[in-house]
Design a protein around this ligand. Structure first.
Ligand code: HEM
Length: 276
């Protein structure tokens, strides 16, 4: 259905023209990367140890030269765009908020650093021990609670159903406000708006009155496919930063979370790093 909002997408405004030009450029770059990889796989030169290689290889096996089977090049372009956006932007804002919040709470920054130095000293963090970081994990959960990179989810009822005592017909769009639920004092207690990683000391399901109240990665069959990878990546990056620097907010920092698809600090994150 065309609504006023999406009709505007077709107008040749300056923004729309720019958006289309960027989209064309990204598609052209991706087509180039995909074509190169495809040729390399056909010539037996490429290893399929990256996502694009795996997608193309499974596509070639499934379609076996037949059209309409497997993923089309258009599907693969969409997958590349999805993984880039879903994986990059979200993890980068998680790290940004974590540096901001740990600057505001130096006592937690110090505890996190002690834990990192205890496990790794000055050596590069390894996969095995990253899983043992308890304080750092509690801090990330608390940052994801207060500043979830994705602030809401949408779902649509595919048949008539009852949810929480309310009956919905098929085709109703539901909005699940992650940000509001993560800040609700009825669920998290009076200190819901405060940074307190301690609430996650006994795990996610014991942190709130409702075990499913924490859902920064969504839930159900469409839950974020990259959640473990994201946390691992974030732990690795934060550990390396903590090993080398202490950090604090610059006086020019203004705390103003706002949403541009992801939840971001509106005026940037001005942080002073001090080598240690
Ligand atoms: C802090 C980091 C991240 C957060 C907060 C996050 C959050 C989310 C959320 C809320 C969804 C929607 C889930 C739902 O509808 O129930 C989602 C989906 C998705 N995420 Fe993430 N994500 C993160 C990192 C990543 C990374 C690193 C990757 C890939 C490497 C990734 C790949 C995806 C993909 C492919 C989907 C779509 C899954 C589907 O529709 O079946 N995400 N993510």
């Amino acid at each position: 259905m065309l609504t006023c909002q999406n009709i505007f997408r077709f107008f040749p405004t300056k923004n729309n023209r720019r958006m289309r030009a960027i989209d064309r450029e990204i598609r052209m770059i991706l087509r180039g990367i995909i074509g190169k990889k495809e040729r390399a796989i056909k010539n037996g030169e490429a290893s399929s140890d990256d996502l694009l290689g795996l997608l193309l290889e499974s596509n070639m096996q499934q379609s076996n030269g037949k059209a309409n089977l497997g993923l089309s090049i258009e599907d693969i372009i969409q997958e590349c765009k999805l993984f880039y956006f879903a994986g990059m932007e979200t993890t980068s804002v998680l790290l940004t908020w974590t540096l901001i919040v740990l600057s505001m709470h130096p006592e937690w920054q110090e505890q996190a650093r002690e834990e990192v130095l205890h496990h790794f000293g000055r050596t590069t963090p390894d996969f095995e021990n990253l899983g043992r970081l308890k304080i750092v994990t509690m801090i990330f959960y608390e940052v994801l609670r207060l500043y979830p990179p994705i602030t809401f989810l949408t779902r649509r009822t595919y048949k008539a159903m009852e949810l929480g005592g309310i009956k919905y017909p098929a085709g109703v769009n539901l909005m699940l406000p992650i940000l509001f639920i993560h800040h609700d004092p009825d669920i998290w207690g009076k200190d819901a708006s405060e940074f307190n990683p301690q609430r996650f000391a006994d795990g996610i399901s014991n942190a709130a009155k409702h075990p499913a109240a924490f859902f920064p990665f969504g839930g159900g069959p469409r839950i974020c496919i990259g959640q473990n990878f994201a946390l691992l990546e974030a732990k690795m990056a934060l550990s390396i930063i903590l090993q080398r620097f202490s950090f604090e907010l610059s006086p020019s920092y203004i705390h103003a979370p706002y949403t541009v698809i992801t939840l971001q600090p509106q005026h940037g994150a001005q942080i002073r790093l001090k080598k240690i």
